[in-house]
Ligand binder design. Sequence first.
Ligand code: 0RQ
Length: 503
Amino acid sequence: SVDRIANARLRDRVVSAEAAAALIQPGETVAMSGFTGSGYPKAVPVALAQRIEAVHAQGLPFQISLMTGASTAPELDGALAKADGIAMRMPFQSDPDARNRINAGKLDYIDIHLSHVAQHVWFGFYGDIDTAVVEVSAIREDGSLVPSTSVGNNKTWLDLAKKVIIEVNEWQPAGVDGMHDIYYGTALPPHRKPIPLVHANDRIGETSLRCDPDKIVAVVRTNGPDRNSPFSPIDTTSEQIAAHLIDFLKHEVAKGRLPANLLPLQSGVGNIPNAVLAGLAKSGFRDLAAFTEVIQDGMLDLLRDGVLSYASCTGFALSPQANETFKANIDFYRERIIMRTQEISNHPELVRRLGCIGMNGMIEADLYGNVNSTHVMGTRIMNGIGGSGDFARNGFLSAFLSPSTAKNGSISAIVPMVSHVDHTEHDVSVIVTEQGLADLRGLTPRKRARVVIDNCAHPDFRDQLNDYFERASRDSYGKHTPHLLPEALSWHQRWLDTGTMKA
Ligand code: 0RQ
């Protein structure tokens, strides 16, 4: 087979993962590839974690600051968190070991909008990047780098890092070459220009990443799969949530507010968004487009069936089965999928211009439409805001989806006041649970409370919510957004004290 490293100079820099990891020093800021379990380096982070453990065994300190695209996998976040090797982590992560350390107050985590990461690093808000560790699928003869299954912030990491370690992963399909669109037209204020993308499938950049070969200190050959966690079978709750949302979209088409093929869809990751995609497959919609961060199983099916004409993304989150399908049909998917940097996939200018329809999961929403996507009981981080805020604030419509209860019915996802705010009432158009859909557009706060309780709350919590809202409407200091401040977060405290939000 053809050598994936076609550049002779870089072929000479091939070393073991251990030798490459030895080039990373304690205290460095290390920027790695990886987005929702795809395209992350498979070998160097594990070797680095082993080295950190060995140094710790000698009683010496060794930690790094770690930046990525978004969440990675046990071989990256998991291994480094277990080794106590991460001093600071940003942005979105979803690893159980990292999460436990963050919530124990032992790992500093900075959760920012995915569209902000690259520009904030360019602005200098995070200091210098010492080392970049980036997975690619191939190195071309001219030394340019063909990305693998995620692009994330790799352009920024390669541009800014002082030294670069490349992993060339032969497990990734060679046929991804041509799928990427790397835009080199970004600049810093006050020199920014409009981004020339007007359709979700426009190509505005190059198919590979550039990197100064003098900065590449090591190249490591790998051959390992992306994380590929399987999805749960679609349950009734997810199916009902999906059905409410799809009915709503049809209603918007009927009203003339959306075209028959909708507007570019953004879909979060997880079982509920996957159910929405499965619902769309049977909905009768055709010629849809996606302008989103992540392509998961459901989207591949929609592309295959022609429900979706094309999709723009920055990474994948596929089950092992879907990954096989993807690899086996790579020529088909390369015609229909465009992978971009996350500063473009999530860019507010583009999300606004295209009029994206955002569909994301949530932890809880309150009577007035504020949404918490990240913190259980206001204090324990689950994952992070990811790209949900980029799409919620800037899209044409923004829907937040959740079962109406959590933890065996002991928690209501509809609460008097959210215990943490990621998306304010100004950014949320629609809330959907298996009970129904609340369309908040054009409603005052008090009218929003009425539809959120009537349409979305679980019957077990409806009386309690009505009781709160009625007393707040009567006794609140201000009557615009009525609250009883000593009670507003009492549901959360009751759950912590007694194990249920029920009064
Ligand atoms: O906990 O795993 O311990 O059982 O949260 O909840 O219902 O399985 O739903 O997987 O879709 O996750 C908001 C976390 C929902 C996700 C969130 C507990 C529940 C369970 C998971 P267990 P579900 P999902 C683009 C968009 C932010 C990022 C984003 C998320 C676990 O959607 O991270 O939108 N969103 N990115 O029990 C206590 C509640 C709860 C609760 C759920 N009210 N109280 N626990 N849970 N609701 C993609 C990217 O940006 C990369």
